[in-house]
Design a protein around this ligand. Structure first.
Ligand code: 5GP
Ligand code: ZN
Length: 114
């Protein structure tokens, strides 16, 4: 746990959130400001500032992030498609510096993203 990290505090349940999935490696919760009918954030319990701070030994956890996103999308019947997004760095729009994967679904998405 990293001191003063919002998402580490959510994992520790020191800050309330709507947790939708938990296991020993990952936790997932509803985004407080949803950008689509489904908007879930999936995080490793291990604190990484961003994808740029991940290393080869983190391969399994990073793969699991995507597989849990696919599982949650199946559970929510996102049959028309869904999008997973990982913003890495301020220039890409990252605002919380604990690595997280966005799962967005339930509406049409344009390409390229803004
Ligand atoms: P980023 O911009 O870093 O990729 O995404 C951060 C996300 O965290 C945003 O979509 C924002 O709405 C969400 N967020 C920020 N603070 C909180 C919070 O306290 N609780 C929850 N559930 N989501 C948050
Ligand atoms: Zn953290």
């Amino acid at each position: 746990m990293s001191a003063n990290c919002l998402f580490c505090k959510i994992a520790a349940k020191q800050i309330p959130s709507k947790i939708v999935y938990e296991d020993p490696d990952l936790f997932a919760f509803e985004d407080i400001n949803p950008q689509a009918p489904t908007h879930i954030l999936i995080c490793p319990r291990k604190h990484f500032k961003s994808l740029a701070h991940a290393a080869p030994e983190d391969q399994a956890i990073l793969g699991k992030l995507q597989l849990v996103a696919a599982q949650l999308a199946r559970e929510r019947n996102l049959l028309d498609g869904y999008r997973t997004v990982l913003n890495s760095g301020e220039g890409a729009g990252q605002t919380v510096f604990h690595l997280h994967l966005h799962l967005l679904g339930g509406r049409h998405f344009r390409w390229p993203p803004g």
